[in-house]
Write a protein that binds this ligand. Sequence first.
Ligand SMILES: NC(=O)C1=CN([C@@H]2O[C@H](COP(=O)(O)OP(=O)(O)OC[C@H]3O[C@@H](n4cnc5c(N)ncnc54)[C@H](OP(=O)(O)O)[C@@H]3O)[C@@H](O)[C@H]2O)[C@@H](O)CC1
Ligand SMILES: Nc1ncnc2c1ncn2[C@@H]1O[C@H](COP(=O)(O)OP(=O)(O)O)[C@@H](O)[C@H]1O
Ligand SMILES: [K+]
Length: 603
Amino acid sequence: MIPVLSRAQMRAFDKFAIEACHVPGMVLMENAGRGAADVISAIIDARRLKQLQGTPEEASPSVWHGPAGSPRPPSLLPPPPSGAPATLHHRATAGAQRGRPLRRDKAAASAERARSFPVRHIPSPGQPATYPLEARVVVVCGAGNNGGDGYVVARHLLARGADVHVFLTSRSEAVTGESRINLDAYVDLGGELTEMPSDTPLTPLEEALERADIVVDAIFGTGLDRPIHGHLAEVIAVINAASCQCIALDVPSGLDADSGAPLGTSVQADDTVTFGHLKIGLLTPDGARLAGNVHVVDLGVPDAPILAQVGYVAEVIRKETVRSYLQPREANTHKHAAGNVLVIAGSSGKLGAALLTARSALRSGAGLVTIGTWPDAALALQSRVVEIMTTSIEPEQLEASLEAALASRHAVAIGPGLGLDDRARAVVDHVVLRWDGLKVVDADALTLFAGRAEVLATAKGSLVLTPHPGELGRLLGRSARAIEEDRFGAIREAVRITQAIVVLKGARTIIATPDGRMFICMAGNPALATAGSGDVLTGIIAAFACSMAAECAAIAGVLIHALAADAWSLATGADRGLQASEIAEKFPGLIAALSRGIDPLAP
Ligand SMILES: NC(=O)C1=CN([C@@H]2O[C@H](COP(=O)(O)OP(=O)(O)OC[C@H]3O[C@@H](n4cnc5c(N)ncnc54)[C@H](OP(=O)(O)O)[C@@H]3O)[C@@H](O)[C@H]2O)[C@@H](O)CC1
Ligand SMILES: Nc1ncnc2c1ncn2[C@@H]1O[C@H](COP(=O)(O)OP(=O)(O)O)[C@@H](O)[C@H]1O
Ligand SMILES: [K+]
């Protein structure tokens, strides 16, 4: 289980560790800062190694600072994306292409620092492979404990030979407690510090950032409780304008750790090293965009007893969990036992939605899949389907034709491309509210409950609702934007009103259940932003619901759907151009890999 905590829970976690478990706050701060320094060192190492590999002169063993006799590690970084900002690695490549010696000006400085920081022959976990760390790092610290973490990071990077410069957004007299002790330690060890309170110009910071390889954002963490403006907003603007890699401590400064929305403004980080546990605000589409790659470092305290006290708001969906839902097929399985799904979808001009949903259900392992649709659509579909059956929903004999279509089904997927007219409304009401089975309700079927979401709580059987933010907005009477600004609040409200399992789609899809649990999918990528990908999700959840509890079907369906896009992007190197029909093609292989405990994305 990977827990995700709210801001209040994380602060309670720290408080409980300090007050009830008697782990000094200073120790927590040291663990946090050192963990972050380890992550930053690894990032610098990876960039350095890439740089060495790309340049014959520097790739000689004489400049390889890894442990004696150790092999040079393989490349750790993908090639720079086109149009990416110039970073240490990218600039190095450009220099090499022009055929001139790379960073020769740094070679002497490097040799000099190597004398002070010799190669460690017994590296401990987290110790950088290269000594000295060849990077110019600017750390921007606020006056609180997030700044305290920043001084710890600065001290460790200094000790590892990096060229470190700390900027403090206040006067040092304003820094107190553990942060002050760490500030003093950094300065007394020879660290360079520039005070930058509100009445001072930001030019020295701008100049330092022009030369820097990395900027560490340690201005605000979970203490941020109001919008940022004025001097601090300007400091953040300067950080965001810099072309060096930005690594945020705990959360990007300005990101609301609960809602995942920026409070006034926010640092836009490439990486975020978060302490103890994931904060929920890092896991919204906006939070994910502002945080970049998220690394969690532990605080050196056992989680279980503290989490039992402070709780958590959500869990990250793990492949291992989904594996436990995927049972091997019995040798004597027959098609009825494998799952009988009815897809009520499609209308003239929107037949593709029905096909995508139905094919997805088949690729997910359903034994029998039937599309129930309007007579004209059923006729048009018949020539296009082979393995899928079709049945007509007769508007004149609606209930009778629906009852016939629903007989013996294990699950129904309803909504994609169905239409929004009165006949569609009658079908949706009959199936969603009165059929006593499992229904995955998507697209038009959701929109048909706009303004009357509470009737869903009276539905027979069980419901999985799969809205995107626009559809959830229609259900709750809000704009899609309002939903995105408070995704966790919105999904909780939807569950409270409908008593259904709700899947709120998007970058970082959330699943919430009526008993108050939430699950977050960290997989998936923007390649999924393509018409019909939601229909494919509806199909996989409906198929899985034939052999799993509804909640498990939603969790497994969401993860495998997202992994399909990740696998496609890994294979193609692309973040666009995925066709919805290709998503389901990946399902059998992904299901097989997960069932065997193999990471389907491992190289
Ligand atoms: N021992 C522990 O608990 C551990 C904590 N750890 C670290 O501490 C971080 C939390 O530290 P923190 O509580 O000191 O708050 P932080 O985020 O540094 O903000 C500082 C202060 O800024 C202020 N402020 C708020 N909003 C503002 C605004 N918009 N504009 C201007 N000012 C604003 C507000 O003070 P105020 O002005 O209200 O008095 C706030 O208190 C946490 O994220 C983690 O990094 C780790 O070391 C592990 C152990
Ligand atoms: N940027 C993104 N990152 C990850 N997943 C995404 C992203 N954009 C869209 N998705 C996923 O793609 C699917 C889109 O569903 P939906 O909006 O219903 O599309 P459609 O109506 O065209 O079928 C959802 O599963 C959503 O989570
Ligand atoms: K921060």
